[in-house]
Write a protein that binds this ligand. Structure first.
Ligand code: FMN
Length: 173
């Protein structure tokens, strides 16, 4: 199947995962902006977006692309959430894909981290606000506790291991 990786990345984590996936599958990885031009040559689109307050950035636009109706779409999301937080990751899936889409669109999560150095002013401010409101919250769940800490400083938890389930899935198509 003629495949391409399309990613939306601000600080580089989603790009890195996209490039690793493309390398493994022997296909191209391109930023979303370039994909606006033409995807007609591809039957399978692997779309990667980063999590912003639980939302997979750029996914709605990708799903709305009229080109997509005849193609196989596979989605991966990157985020600071621990890859073992299965309930949080399940919620991301449910919040970003309708029940019908969940049947058709395979979803994969890849833990990344936070890169304050490469972040713009808007992202930095929003992250600080999210951190503050989590810190104020009474009776935080262990996951919220970890999130509040995560949003305080830069971290990098990327691992090539996280691409494997997606790569295996595509190789089996
Ligand atoms: C404003 C903002 C909100 C974020 N919200 C979440 C979130 O809800 N869940 C999560 O796991 N990570 C969250 N993150 C972390 C990013 O998803 C993570 O750093 C991502 O891998 C960045 O991708 P990029 O390097 O490709 O831009 C947030 C980051 C920013 C800047």
């Amino acid at each position: 199947m003629n495949t391409i990786v399309v990613y939306n990345s601000k600080t580089g984590f989603t790009r890195q995962y996209g490039e690793w996936i493309a390398e493994e599958l022997g296909c191209k990885a391109i930023p979303e902006k370039e994909a606006k031009k033409d995807l007609s040559a591809y039957e399978c689109i692997i779309y990667g977006g980063w999590l912003m307050a639980g939302k997979i950035t750029g996914l709605d636009a990708m799903k709305a692309n009229p080109d997509m109706s005849h193609k196989k779409l596979i989605v991966y999301a990157t985020g600071a959430t621990d890859h073992r937080a299965t309930e949080v990751i399940e919620k991301v899936k449910v919040d970003n894909l309708t029940p019908e889409e969940q049947e058709k669109i395979p979803f994969f999560y890849m833990e990344s981290g936070i890169n304050f150095k490469k972040m713009g002013f808007f992202s930095k401010s929003m992250l600080k606000m999210m951190g503050k409101s989590l810190n104020k919250k009474q009776d935080k769940t262990p996951m919220e506790e970890a999130m509040a800490k995560m949003f305080e400083k830069s971290s990098d938890h990327t691992s090539k291991d996280y691409i494997q389930p997606l790569v295996d899935y595509v190789k089996d198509l």
